[in-house]
Design a protein around this ligand. Structure first.
Ligand code: GCU
Length: 333
């Protein structure tokens, strides 16, 4: 699948002659940026990003446009991130786990115990004083600028075989995780054996028994139709996950000051809209998954949080990481 996605992206590159193309609607004077997303059109990220693009195009009088490509059509996140770095694709939404692989400081925000709620998370990841250096840290090394985050909400475990109540119930089960050493350790701490895998391969992975379980938010559980093949949801709420909007650094530098300010303002409106959409999207997803045969169960949340608590000490190694962690925790109080 990864190879197919890459070939697809390469083909698109040839026809578009590089990252950004010429905007069609305004006599060819504007620039259209392509944004890679791994969610469906039903996901709130797609809605908020589509609206973001429309407003940005309006406020810049058509000098810029954003074309959102859902469903991994520009590649799975790992490839999409690389393509943004080399300028083949202009923007992408990637999970924090992907950025952790480029700069380990990002792992702090992928820790199960760092954020208490979506609101807490959003206040931290858009606080310039906390994240300013972190978000600029990939510019020289990878050609990528981080603009900010979209929440992944609270993540829980779902399985093909039956509900889990305690970490002991995950013994012997292969739990799919994102491509991250931290999340491999997280799955193991919760009692499972970990299988890292790209998001788009997971439906088939669950269906064929390559994995027995996965963890995500209710919205992706429903929009990816994972409930069809893994109908037992157990509300571990072990992590408030985080996606980032990454942009090719050179592309950003091409914007006039005025257009860059417009981008930043519309992006702020976009992540705020996304947060507003999130709660009702979650409720809808639960109702629809239940109607489709999924069952939602409570777990011994204490047992899971006790198992996960040592991860912060295990993974935080540098002063920079500790400072980020402390700043995030201070904002919770
Ligand atoms: C969430 C998140 C994605 C991520 C996915 C995953 O859906 O929004 O960015 O790729 O989880 O588990 O891989």
């Amino acid at each position: 699948l990864a190879a197919t996605a890459l070939a697809g992206a390469a083909a698109l590159t040839l026809t578009a002659c590089g990252g950004a193309g010429t905007a069609g609607g305004d006599g060819g004077s504007g620039t259209t940026m392509r944004l890679a997303l791994n969610q469906t059109e039903e996901h709130p990220s797609y809605t908020a990003l589509e609206n973001f693009g429309e407003r940005f195009s309006e406020t810049t009088g058509g000098r810029w446009a954003i074309d959102v490509f859902p469903n991994e059509t520009l590649g799975a996140q790992q490839e999409a991130l690389q393509l943004v770095g080399d300028g083949t694709v202009d923007m992408a939404i990637v999970s924090g786990t992907q950025l952790e692989n480029l700069n380990e400081d990002f792992l702090v925000f992928n820790l199960p115990e760092v954020f208490d709620s979506v609101e807490h998370q959003m206040s931290v990841v858009h606080d310039e004083k906390i994240v300013g250096d972190l978000y600029a840290s990939l510019e020289e090394s990878n050609g990528v600028t981080v603009l900010g985050g979209l929440t992944q909400g609270s993540r829980s475990i779902y399985t093909t075989s039956g509900p889990v109540e305690t970490p002991a119930d995950l013994a012997g089960q292969k739990l799919r995780v994102q491509e991250s050493d931290l999340h491999v350790a997280m799955a193991e701490a919760m009692g499972a054996s970990a299988t890292p895998m790209a998001f788009g391969e997971l439906y088939t992975g669950l269906q064929s028994g390559v994995v027995d379980a996965a963890e995500n938010n209710e919205v992706s559980y429903f929009t990816q139709k994972h409930f069809e093949v893994a109908p037992y949801w157990s509300s571990t709420n072990h992590l408030v996950g985080l996606d980032y909007l990454v942009v090719n650094t050179d592309r950003l530098a091409e914007m006039s000051q005025e257009d860059r300010a417009a981008l930043d303002a519309e992006w702020t409106a976009a992540h705020e809209e996304h947060t507003e959409l999130w709660a009702s999207a979650t409720e809808d997803a639960i109702a629809e998954a239940e109607a489709g045969g999924a069952t939602f169960s409570e777990v011994d949340e204490e047992a899971f949080s006790a198992a996960l608590e040592p991860l912060a000490d295990q993974f935080i190694e540098s002063d920079t990481q500790q400072t980020l962690f402390d700043a995030a925790r201070a904002a919770a109080e």
